[in-house]
Ligand binder design. Structure first.
Ligand code: CA
Length: 222
């Protein structure tokens, strides 16, 4: 994302990161080009009105070396700018002031069109026992109270909740949460289960929700 207004840059970054995208930001065109060459992003969000090198210049330079999808952010009434942007190779534009939701949905649409993998639309609340997990906002409540779950704990809990009531083998859980190519210590799983139990169970030593199926794996009950 190349955007010189910090308030807009922060808002857009926050919204995209919440949806699971990684964002590399640049505050001017030269830095934008530099970051583009270093990071090879899947998509570029490009403000048209930039100091020094303009958005159109940046678009032209990027387009000369890559077919990467480009979304232009243009000012309110500049029909000419939109046309110019599209003519030199931008794929879409969003007019300022824009809704972040709108921008995120354009990002998804462009990535989909470009054949790039896009994470599933998250809008789901998973429930089980005392736990309520909002996968979109990444918020977990236990007995109504918000509890923090670091990344891997969150993923493990999500995997268990999404398949509530079913036996999940250790191998399955490890490959879902740590990846099929995980070669680390399989004790990692047990450590995370222990942490989850401390946050979820009334008595972590006698779990009634995140239960062990001896010799096989784990199951979420409730
Ligand atoms: Ca600007």
């Amino acid at each position: 994302m190349v955007e010189d207004e910090p308030a807009i840059a922060d808002t857009v970054r926050y919204a995209l990161e919440r949806e699971g995208f990684a964002v590399v930001a640049a505050g001017d065109g030269d830095t934008g080009i530099e970051r583009f060459r270093a990071e090879h992003p899947s998509l570029v969000i490009l403000d048209l009105m930039l100091p020094a090198l303009s958005g159109l210049d940046v678009c032209r330079l990027i387009r000369a070396e890559s077919p990467v999808p480009i979304i232009m952010l243009t000012a309110k009434d500049s029909e000419a700018d939109k046309v110019a942007g599209l003519e030199i190779g931008a794929d879409d534009y969003v007019t300022k002031p824009f809704s972040v939701r709108e921008l995120v949905s354009r990002v998804r649409a462009l990535l989909r069109r470009a054949g790039l993998a896009v994470a599933a639309e998250p809008a789901e609340v998973l429930r089980g026992g005392p736990v309520e997990m909002d996968t979109a906002s990444h918020e977990v409540r236990v007995r109504g109270e918000v509890v923090a779950f670091p990344h891997k704990e969150f993923e493990l809990l999500e995997t268990l909740l999404a398949r509530r009531g079913r036996l999940l083998t250790r191998d399955f859980l490890i490959s879902e949460v740590w990846g099929v190519d995980y070669f680390g210590d399989t004790k990692t799983l047990d450590v995370h289960v222990k942490r989850l139990r401390r946050k979820i169970e009334e008595d972590p030593h006698r779990p009634v929700h995140l239960v062990t199926v001896r010799g096989l794996g784990y199951k979420f009950v409730g």
